[in-house]
Write a new protein. Structure first.
Length: 159
């Protein structure tokens, strides 16, 4: 049986402990996001569970999750709804890493398709781009819009 070809940014390389240190996020949070809990699905897709390792794309998704929760005050319920809507609108194993998102502080998450913004927390409602500010300033994207480099904040920095 042929093994699936992985893109370099999808190769599992990081333990949860390493990811937590690199991103300055609690181990328990990252574990919950990528493993889930009883009756709660994970928020990110992990390629390998034995050993349990994360890819660069997983790191980007965890960084985005942390930014949405703490820097922008988005509820976990709204984030789950946004991820579900995003997976419907754009098939991807790593939707939080693969697409350009914007947010209103503490309110909604928007998908930017470069023509208009779609409100993921409101079931795909279209909104005006001019009123919203991008929040993924620290995710550098390639020409196709895929996350290429990640610049997490230092523990002392407030965004």
């Amino acid at each position: 049986m042929k093994r699936p070809q992985l893109k370099p940014d999808e190769i599992p390389n990081y333990t949860i402990e390493e990811s937590a240190r690199y991103l300055h996020v609690d181990y328990e949070k990252i574990s919950y996001w990528v493993i889930g809990a009883d009756g709660v699905a994970p928020l990110s897709t992990v390629f390998t569970r034995k050993p349990f390792l994360l890819s660069f794309k997983n790191l980007v998704e965890c960084f985005v999750l942390e930014s949405l929760r703490n820097s922008h005050g988005i509820s976990l319920q709204a984030i789950r709804k946004s991820i579900e809507q995003l997976r419907i609108a754009r098939p991807s194993k790593y939707p939080l890493a693969d697409y350009d998102l914007h947010t209103e502080r503490g309110k909604h998450v928007y998908l930017d398709n470069h023509e208009y913004l779609t409100c993921l927390t409101r079931g795909g409602q279209l909104v005006f781009r001019e009123i919203l500010m991008p929040f993924l300033r620290r995710v550098e994207r390639n020409e196709r819009g895929i996350a290429r480099r990640l610049f997490p904040r230092s523990p002392e920095e407030n965004i």
